[in-house]
Design a protein around this ligand. Structure first.
Ligand code: NAD
Ligand code: TYD
Length: 354
């Protein structure tokens, strides 16, 4: 038995591949284009491990996807590959439509052809697991109930619109073709190997470099935060026991404002790596808001708990401490991802000299 993972060199995908091989041990074929967000260093511990087959390639490449399905006969396809950063989607939406919409379409069609040819027993066991986001539901008022799986889709950014489109296709492939699909919509992940363009790793690496900590708008936007390894265990639970055609929301039960997050990070750094120049919170800087910035996301994760018995293992306090400690211990990884392409992004987004 084998699984095919897409985007397994990115933040969540690489954590998933490591977690899967540690907990399940079933071989993984990992298809990833290695965009700026893909990093084989995340998988360095798997070097020489015959249970991990890495293939550099594009999910929009139908002949390649067909070949991988034919050659490896995976029992499941777990689809993580995406363009994932909202700010990048605002500056350049085209790549999001290509990978997130066209790429998901390509995978669904390749998987449908493969699944259609399987003998009955294998056909019944096959899964297409689509990894998506809570951002498809849009923005919540401060006192509104958290997103359930029945919340209407109201995507507000090019990123969330592209993910919503992909979710709709997955749903339609179930209803029209009977494809054995399941979709998970999770909240903001954080943890090891998180690319430092997103809030938490950006704040950690900027603080350590003595650079400004840019807070968009008033810093009162709220996100729910999910430790990435909890997300991995949730995906394993859904793959094993999730009902076909269903969606499951995955969250950490950790709603926080951005400002709270940044103060927590500064406090941990003050404790673990004090800066003689003073508390890290001195670096907090308010910058112009993100256009169309969603005010609040919150996940009601009771369905996955009720049906599959899953709950996150980490609290925010334990998860963020582990995360800050990981970044302190992995300065080489940070230095490596801060390549030329990364510096170009920082200057385009924050107006700093490259
Ligand atoms: P990421 O940006 O860190 O990684 C994406 C990976 O996909 C990279 O390795 C990249 O090389 C690969 N990729 C991009 N385009 C590709 C293409 N055309 N063909 C093949 N590979 C390609 O993303 P992430 O944070 O790990 O997110 C993984 C999934 O989880 C995405 O589908 C994202 O929408 C979803 N998600 C992420 C979060 C989060 O907080 N990071 C929250 C909710 C949902
Ligand atoms: P991000 O990590 O980009 O995730 P998402 O937009 O997908 O939720 O941003 C998380 C929150 O942090 C979001 O409200 C935007 C805010 N933010 C900042 O205030 N400053 C920053 O430099 C970044 C990258 C994000």
């Amino acid at each position: 038995m084998t699984i095919l993972v897409t985007g397994g060199a990115g933040f969540i995908g690489s954590n998933f591949v490591l977690d899967w091989l540690a907990h399940v041990g079933e071989p993984v074929v990992n298809l990833d284009a290695l965009t700026y967000a893909g990093n084989l260093q995340n998988l360095a511990s798997l070097e020489g491990n015959a249970r991990h087959v890495f293939v550099q390639g594009d999910i929009c490449d139908r002949p390649l996807v067909d070949r991988l399905l034919e050659e490896h006969q995976p029992r499941a396809l777990l689809h993580f590959a995406a363009e994932s950063h909202v700010d990048r989607s605002i500056l350049g939406p085209a790549a999001f439509m290509r990978t997130n919409v066209e790429g998901t379409f390509t995978l669904l069609e390749a998987a449908r052809a493969h699944w259609g040819r399987l003998p009955a027993a294998e056909k019944a066991g096959f899964r297409f697991h689509h990894v998506s986001t809570d951002e498809v539901y849009g923005s919540l008022a401060p006192d509104a109930p958290a997103f359930t799986e029945d919340h209407p889709y109201e995507p507000n950014s090019p990123y969330s619109a592209s993910k919503a489109a992909s979710d709709h296709m997955v749903r339609a492939w179930f209803h029209t073709y009977g494809m054995p699909v399941v979709t998970t919509n999770c909240s903001n992940n954080y943890g090891p190997y998180h690319f430092p363009e997103k809030l938490i790793p950006l704040m950690i690496v900027n603080a350590l470099a003595g650079k400004p900590l840019p807070i968009y708008g008033d810093g009162q936007n709220v996100r729910d935060w999910l430790y990435v390894r909890d997300h991995c265990s949730a995906i394993r639970a859904v793959l094993e026991g999730g009902r076909l055609g269903e969606t499951y929301n995955i969250g950490g039960w950790n709603e926080k404002t951005n400002l709270e997050i940044v103060h927590t990070i500064c406090g941990l750094l003050d404790e673990l790596k004090p800066d003689p120049a003073g508390p890290y919170s001195r670096l907090i800087t308010y910058v112009k808001d993100r256009p169309g910035h969603d005010r609040r996301y919150a996940i009601d994760a009771r369905k996955i708990e009720r049906e599959l018995g899953w709950r996150p293992a980490e609290t925010f306090d334990t998860g963020i401490r582990k995360t800050v400690q990981w970044y302190l211990a992995n300065g080489d990884w940070v230095a490596n991802v801060q390549s030329g392409a990364y510096r170009d992004w920082v200057s385009a987004q924050y107006g700093e000299p490259a």
